[in-house]
Design a protein around this ligand. Structure first.
Ligand SMILES: Nc1ncnc2c1ncn2[C@@H]1O[C@H](COP(=O)(O)OP(=O)(O)O)[C@@H](O)[C@H]1O
Ligand SMILES: [Mg+2]
Length: 267
């Protein structure tokens, strides 16, 4: 089921293309020769074991880390993501795992945090209307945009963080483990939200450890292992195939378990 980066993906030029991206931290090679294409209106899941390089890749794209080598093409132009502001201005938004919300501020204030539009600062009423409009477009279930974030559930917080990242209408949005802290119902809510973000035409990169969530929402699944590409998969891939690519074992614990059960059943 694994194949090259460009087959079975969305037609047309990708909004993001990485070629030969490497990142060294001193003697540690966090990323080696990474290739990645992401199209508008596509959800690409980035999966891999701890230390596979997922967070480093997201930080390179967010302008937090500079790659040691390789090229990044965004929206048809080769770009230099020298700092987070540059990435954001180009249209690359990131929802980091800690969400970076202010507990004691309300939903409106969090969505507009540090993003008041220039030259004139938006007034409270305009911001409230804009926040409502954005959340309604996402069919988000937030009881009241004047509620403080401290009173919201984990799923609602993730929703606020995603809405905030959409404020500047980015071409690409990256989500680091958006469902990691959530229960079943809230996870479903956030996965629906990710689909709506994709349907608005944004490109989405989602990091996740949960193969069920990945298969439910991703159009393509890109596996990293020890800082390298280790296959591209699709939602119809089996857990075994995915786990094998993630762990680097063709014969791994999961497939051994499955074949043992098969043998038991046919015995
Ligand atoms: N700032 C850093 N300094 C040194 N090594 C780092 C740094 N960030 C990540 N690494 C190393 O890079 C590798 C990839 O890490 P990371 O991108 O966090 O993986 P993942 O998010 O997939 O768990 C790991 O070996 C990690 O220890
Ligand atoms: Mg990580």
């Amino acid at each position: 089921m694994s194949d090259n980066a460009n087959t079975r993906s969305k037609p047309g030029a990708p909004v993001l293309s990485l070629r030969g991206i490497s990142k060294n931290f001193g003697a540690v090679s966090a990323l080696t020769d990474i290739e990645l294409d992401v199209h508008a209106g596509e959800v690409v899941a980035l999966v891999g074991d701890n230390g596979a390089g997922k967070s480093t890749l997201v930080k390179v794209l967010a302008g937090v880390h500079q790659p040691s080598s390789g090229t990044i093409t965004f929206d048809g132009k080769e770009v230099d993501l020298t700092d987070p502001g540059t990435a954001l201005d180009l249209g690359i938004a990131t929802v980091f795992q800690d969400l970076a919300l202010c507990e004691n501020l309300d939903v409106v204030a969090n969505i507009f945090l540090g993003r008041e539009l220039k030259p004139a600062r938006l007034d409270e009423v305009t911001m409230e209307v804009k926040a409502w409009t954005l959340l309604n477009e996402l069919s988000a279930r937030i009881p009241d945009v004047r509620d403080v974030v401290a009173s919201l559930s984990g799923g609602q917080r993730q929703t606020v963080a995603i809405a905030r990242s959409l404020l500047l209408d980015p071409k690409l949005i990256m989500l680091d483990e958006p469902t990691a802290a959530l229960g079943v119902a809230q996870t479903a809510e956030v996965l629906n939200l990710i689909e709506r973000v994709r349907d608005r035409g944004h490109a989405v990169i989602m990091i996740s450890h949960n193969m069920e969530d990945v298969r439910a929402v991703a159009d393509r699944i890109v596996v990293l292992r020890l800082g390298r590409n280790n296959g591209v998969f699709y939602p119809d891939s089996s857990n075994q195939e995915l786990v094998a690519a993630i762990t680097g074992a063709t014969e791994n614990a999961v497939s051994r378990r499955a074949s043992r059960r098969q043998a038991e059943q046919s015995a």
